[in-house]
Design a protein around this ligand. Structure first.
Ligand code: 4AD
Ligand code: MG
Length: 458
């Protein structure tokens, strides 16, 4: 079906006074005595194109005005009667591609995000989801561009895996058997299952990412990770998209520099390429959004030692729900206090107690902490989990034993420390979390096409 994108029509003045064909969905319409007006959107731009119908030329105009219906319009591009340097189309011929009855749920009024969550298949036709998904797409492009420019190789790590990278027991099991009385134990069940052992959906591509980095030097992954987290929060989904660079010959301070540089690059890319969408988010979701993002690009992130963070929280004039003691994991309320109340910018908290972190993190000489950092941002909390990896095989084995891990499952991973081990570091950025930060949308369910959360999938 030959037609032009509405975004091109609106940005290219050479279409003026020419006849064009556009296709789209009716977003709003207005009927008057001699004329009718349609705001048509084809998803290429947040802005709709106005279709002007002269009832003398186009009879039966009523059948084109139904919200949600899809149209093909042939007409002449003319300067807009109301918008400065805008254009509209004087319709010559309209055909209905798909009718839309009155029960169409997206009527003229502004719907709440909660309401829209009940119809993931239709909410894409709202300005909000149009803008979110376009920013999401631009951010994905920015991430690839950043790593490709800096000599990283994009690797595809397995989704089906036998090892739980984070050791948090949140791995979904992948099985082909299902309900059965045949097996006496879980062991027997999995021995008879597809892979002959228990397998699941990967919570992180890191372990295989490290394998790739030990030959390619600098790699990144960008794919889905799965976590059976039984918590219903605005920041967790069971399937999220995960960006995980892994860098050989990099220590903690090097990877912190890389993480900051990458975040700044993505944010700048969105400022430069999504002006219209940012203006929309600023108006409807977060006042001061643009200024916040400009500050992210232009100022240094804070680096704060975990031990100092604990002191800060203890001195805070706030009653936290979860008490603060050295050794505790930081809760969302603590993270938000640090980034929102104290610094009002992104903060790397470094050197966490080893007991609350994963087995693979490099053990610091103090014997108590690991060379790890989380990047916390205002409004969202943790967006990055990062660490230097333990490169010493004996220390790694000790950590695995103290966490009661089954060492046999990590044969390949341990081999990396045996054959030409190097200092190396990496991080995981939660894609939805950074989209929340950049758009000001406060629930993770609203930055992904189909959110999967505990008790809910469609
Ligand atoms: O901090 P996490 O658990 O770190 C790792 O998985 C490391 N293996 C990463 C690495 O070093 N290569 O997860 C990394 C990030 C979190 O900071 C968060 O942004 C995101 O992944 N994340 C989630 N996002 C949405 N829903 C969930 N359930 C998430 N769990 C983690
Ligand atoms: Mg984490």
């Amino acid at each position: 079906m030959k037609h032009i994108d509405i975004i091109d029509l609106m940005s290219d003045s050479s279409y003026l006074n020419k006849d064009v064909t556009v296709c789209g969905w009716v977003r709003t319409s207005r009927d008057s005595k001699n004329m009718a007006f349609i705001e048509l959107n084809d998803g290429t731009s947040l802005n709709h194109i106005q279709i002007v119908i002269d009832k003398a030329t186009i009879p039966n105009s009523k059948e084109y005005l139904k919200l949600g219906s899809s149209l093909k319009v042939i007409g002449t591009v003319v300067p807009s009667a109301v918008k400065n340097d805008g254009v509209e189309i004087n319709a010559k011929q309209i055909s209905v591609l798909g009718e839309c009855p009155d029960e169409y749920p997206l009527q003229k009024k502004r719907h709440t995000l909660e309401f829209l969550r009940t119809m993931p298949h239709l909410r894409v036709r709202t300005n909000t989801f149009n803008a979110v998904l376009r920013v999401r797409s631009k951010m994905a492009a920015a991430i690839h561009e950043y790593f490709q420019k800096n000599h990283y190789t994009y690797v595809h790590t397995p989704i089906l895996t036998a090892s739980d990278c984070e050791g948090a027991g949140e791995m979904f099991t992948a099985t082909t058997i299902g309900f059965s009385n045949e097996y006496k134990s879980a062991e027997e069940y999995f021995e008879n299952d597809f892979f002959g052992q228990r397998a699941g959906l990967s919570v992180s591509g890191q372990l295989e990412g490290e394998v790739a980095a030990m030959g390619l030097g600098k790699i990144y992954t960008f794919g889905p990770s799965f976590r059976a987290e039984n918590s219903n929060t605005p920041r967790h989904v069971a399937e999220f998209w995960h960006i995980e660079p892994e860098v050989a010959f990099a220590e903690l301070e090097d990877i912190i520099e890389i993480a900051e540089d990458m975040i700044k690059y993505i944010v700048k890319y969105v400022i430069d390429n999504c002006a219209c969408e940012l203006e929309f988010f600023e108006k409807h979701f977060e006042k001061g959004l643009r200024e916040k993002l400009e500050n992210v690009v232009s100022s240094d992130f804070v680096v704060l030692d975990y031990t100092d963070a604990i002191e800060l929280l203890k001195k805070a004039d706030v009653k936290f729900e979860y008490p603060v003691e050295w050794g505790c994991d930081l809760q969302t309320e603590h993270e938000r206090y640090i980034t929102e109340q104290v610094y009002n910018k992104p903060v790397f908290v470094t050197n966490y107690p080893k007991d609350i972190k994963s087995f693979y993190m490099k053990q610091n000489p103090d014997g108590k902490t690991v060379a790890a950092t989380d990047l916390l941002v205002p409004g969202v909390g943790e967006i990055i989990g990062c660490s230097e990896r333990e490169a010493d095989i004996d220390k790694l084995l000790n950590a695995m034993r103290s966490k009661n891990m089954s060492i046999d499952e990590y044969h390949d991973y341990l081999d990396l420390r045996k054959f030409g081990t190097v200092p190396h570091s990496g991080f995981g950025l939660g894609f939805e979390r950074i989209i929340m930060y950049v758009t000001g949308i406060s629930n993770i369910r609203d930055v992904i096409l189909y959110p999967r959360t505990v008790g809910s999938i469609r």
